[in-house]
Write a protein that binds this ligand. Structure first.
Ligand SMILES: [Zn+2]
Length: 101
């Protein structure tokens, strides 16, 4: 049982911690392998883009549709005082996920 807001907050923290960690790896490796490791640097860049794509594709717990920009630009304090609706089903993000059999 969860709400879309809890999911957005979870994706926010996991996503940004990963981006910061990967940027650190990127900066460290750039210093170490200035010429040889370009393919690995490219891999890290792809991983960072992947994290953003995963945030963009955060799904609404009510209808399962990706929240798109709302997921990408979410931060835990955003819309703290009201409950924005899901862009596809228009159900508010603080509604608890329906019981699944
Ligand atoms: Zn929805």
């Amino acid at each position: 049982m969860a709400t879309t807001r809890q999911k957005l907050n979870r994706h926010f923290w996991a996503g940004w911690i990963l981006v910061v960690a990967l940027s650190g790896v990127l900066a460290g490796l750039h210093g170490l392998f200035n010429e040889a490791g370009w393919w690995f640097l490219a891999l890290v860049v792809v991983a960072i883009v992947g994290v953003f794509v995963a945030m963009y594709r955060t799904r609404c717990v009510m209808c399962g549709a990706p929240l798109r920009r709302m997921g990408l630009w979410w931060h835990p304090g955003a819309e703290a005082n009201w409950s924005p609706p899901c862009p596809s089903c228009k159900k508010h993000i603080d509604r608890i996920e329906p019981f699944k059999r």
